[in-house]
Design a protein around this ligand. Structure first.
Ligand SMILES: C[S@@+](CC[C@H](N)C(=O)[O-])C[C@H]1O[C@@H](n2cnc3c(N)ncnc32)[C@H](O)[C@@H]1O
Length: 435
């Protein structure tokens, strides 16, 4: 099969380009900016720290030669993945964390784990304190937490083949953007017709995926925090107070991480908190003191929504898993269950800017493309999908800041009958009042 187009090697690029530092001229200014930025760290401002990380990466890129960057990609990064995954599997990270912050000999670790010592290699993420002797770092300690280590099997073992074979998939599909949930790069790479979630379940990686869902969100301000969304004003005020009423349904809510967090912030909201997901997911929720406020419910979101008239239906990182035609069905099922003028749809997703997108969001966009034929969406995309295709109206987009999912608030209906509602521009956003 042919490549998209055949282009001759450009004569201006020589091996010297590949073996010289990428951008030495930029180095002094980058170091100056980094030194100046260090002062901001004292304020504890996370955005200032993130800006420094970006600058530090630019500095490394400028100093590295293209050859070194290529070796990093082709040798080091795959080797790091392999080392971390093996460390997960054989229990290395947990054992080192259990041993504590002291030098640990490879021989003794290998003996305790029952693995060949040659298989334990450091790749720079452990502190080398002597020959075959290491101390843990905060990164290796973090790898002992399931919410941190789950991403590697869930996204590298499961998702990796779809990335590294994407060019083959694209070549065989004439370089069309994948938008068919039944023909994803992941299916092509794994030679299966199962989607990501079913494949992860069948290969024993669902728990890792669920743990990753609990992990990637850590260290960010959740939308239910008062400085993000005024939940009292937006949801609690006007909510049905009767004990049987449903306050919020978290559709595709995994193990209920969001509802648990919501309950921690708002322990006295009236009504039930229902977490819906596939039977194999909600079936793994173990009842505990911590999650007793939640009601787990097995539900396929492509089928009729059984909970009618809840105050809020909530979708977090669900629609980005699906191309528009499937996302429309998910929203349509919710819309059919909403009580007009009372129920709200809350979508907690990235609203990706047209320019200067945060690197985590751009990376996630490619994860969605390669694993699910899906995508991250811009504001225009959200309007086209949920307003244009589904007929709900955006009330407000609450922004969580750079790289954090926004909360998009929708009301029903937008154009069931033009006489039924008036659309007002209030305080810079669309407010829909039902008459
Ligand atoms: C990306 S995860 C988001 C999970 C959760 N909302 C969160 O943000 O942590 C997508 C979720 O959709 C669930 N899911 C996939 N297909 C589903 C279906 N047909 N019906 C219900 N849930 C489904 C998966 O099991 C998974 O928990």
């Amino acid at each position: 099969m042919a490549k998209a187009i055949e282009i001759e090697e450009p004569v201006t690029v020589t091996v010297a380009t590949a073996t010289s530092p990428s951008n030495l001229a930029a180095v002094p200014q980058l170091i100056k900016e980094l030194a100046e930025g260090v002062g901001c760290l004292e304020s504890g401002c996370n955005e200032a720290r993130q800006a420094l990380v970006t600058q530090a990466r630019s500095l490394v890129q400028a100093l590295e030669t293209p050859r070194e960057t290529m070796i990093k990609h082709c040798w080091a990064q795959p080797a790091v993945f392999a080392a971390i995954l093996c460390g997960n599997e054989c229990g290395l990270w947990k054992l080192m964390a259990k041993n504590g912050d002291k030098p640990q000999k490879v021989k003794e670790l290998a003996c305790a784990l029952g693995v060949d010592p040659v298989l334990l290699s450091a790749m720079g993420y452990l502190l080398e304190v002597g020959e075959d002797e290491y101390k843990p770092t905060s990164f290796s300690l973090s790898l002992s937490l399931p919410i941190m280590n789950g991403g590697y099997p869930a996204l590298i073992t499961m998702g990796g083949p779809s990335f590294i074979n994407l060019h083959e998939y694209e070549r065989s599909r004439n370089w069309k953007n994948p938008t068919d949930a039944k023909d994803s790069p992941l299916m092509h790479a794994h030679k299966t017709d199962l989607n990501y979630f079913d494949l992860a379940a069948s290969r024993g990686y669902l728990e890792d995926f669920n743990n990753h869902m609990g992990g990637y969100r850590q260290g960010r301000l959740p939308w239910m925090a008062p400085e993000f969304v005024p939940v009292q004003e937006v949801l609690i005020k006007g909510a049905d107070q009767s004990p049987d009423a449903v306050f919020m349904v978290d559709v595709g809510g995994c193990l209920g991480h969001d509802l648990l967090e919501f309950h921690r912030y708002h322990p006295t909201v009236p009504g039930k908190l229902i977490v819906q997901d596939l039977p194999q997911v909600v079936g793994s929720i173990i009842p505990s003191e911590e999650n007793k406020a939640l009601t787990p419910m097995a539900h396929n979101f492509f089928e009729e929504q059984p909970i009618k008239g809840a105050r809020a239906y909530y979708l977090h990182s669900v629609l980005h898993d699906w191309p528009d035609d499937r996302a429309e069905v998910i929203v349509g099922r919710i819309k059919a269950a909403m009580r007009p003028g009372y129920s709200k749809l809350l979508i907690n997703e990235n609203v990706i800017p047209r320019t200067d997108a945060y690197w985590e969001t751009s990376a996630l966009d490619l994860v969605m493309l390669s694993q699910l034929s899906a995508q991250e969406r811009t504001e225009r995309d959200w309007r086209d999908l949920v307003e244009g295709r589904c007929g709900l109206a955006i009330v407000k987009i609450w922004s969580g800041g750079r790289g954090v999912e926004s909360l998009i608030e929708y009301l029903f209906p937008i154009r069931a009958n033009p006489v039924d509602y008036k659309l007002f521009q209030i305080a810079g956003y669309n407010q829909i009042l039902l008459t």
